[in-house]
Design a protein around this ligand. Structure first.
Ligand code: 5GP
Length: 200
């Protein structure tokens, strides 16, 4: 019987683009596994360690870097974020699709990664907020961040948007349902690729 290799669906986009919700929904509907990242930022209200993130101290994060456990890592909005190799490699090699929500610097590192399994699996998508006003309103509306944090995220978001031409696909965000339909279609189309089939 034919089986296929897993897909690594890498999603970037500024905070407020809606990408985390899209990735989570795909995972919740059992279409893919969500790669839970490590971060040194404090947990927001309602966030759970091990589900939303692995919340680490700076020292614990540095140890993950030193022991080579991270596939990529970057400083985002003043905190460290990184992907554990263990959240990705076993899944894609066993044919399970993984969805990862990481920033543009992390995406550069994954694209530059020389691991064959990663390169074969990689599909990258940039989720773009429709307008600057909409982005501002989404960042403010979340209600979990201070004015100062929102201002920093807005500034960073506008810088991140310049990176979209580096991605193979771009999704211009509309309603959540429209976004999800397109997002899922990308995964479904990738699953059909002959290059992913393992013939035994
Ligand atoms: P937040 O603090 O709002 O959850 O995430 C802030 C930013 O960090 C988002 O743009 C998100 O994509 C990015 N991010 C989350 N996890 C990772 C990761 O493992 N690596 C990198 N490079 N960025 C991440």
């Amino acid at each position: 019987m034919n089986t296929r290799t897993g897909i690594l669906l890498l999603v970037s986009g500024p905070s407020g683009s809606g990408k985390t919700t899209l990735c989570r929904r795909l995972a919740d509907e059992h279409e893919a596994v969500y790669s839970t990242s490590c971060t040194t930022r404090p947990a927001r209200n309602g966030e759970q360690d091990g589900h939303d993130y692995h919340f680490l101290t700076r020292a614990q994060f540095q140890e993950k870097i030193d022991t080579g456990e991270l596939l990529e890592h970057a400083e985002v909005h003043g905190n460290s974020y990184g992907t554990l190799k263990s959240e990705v490699l076993t899944h894609i090699s066993s044919g399970t699709d993984v969805v990862m929500d990481i920033d543009v610097q992390g995406a550069d590192q994954v694209r530059a990664c020389t691991d064959d399994a990663i390169q074969t699996a990689l599909v990258d998508l940039f989720v773009m907020p429709p307008t600057e006003e909409e982005l501002r309103s989404r960042l403010t509306g979340r209600g979990t961040d201070t004015e100062e944090v929102i201002a920093l995220r807005m500034k960073n978001a506008l810088g991140e948007i310049d990176y979209w031409p580096k991605y193979t696909s771009r999704l211009l965000s509309g309603t959540h349902q429209e976004d999800y339909t397109q997002f899922k279609s990308l995964l479904v189309a990738e699953r059909l690729k002959v290059t992913r089939i393992i013939t035994t």
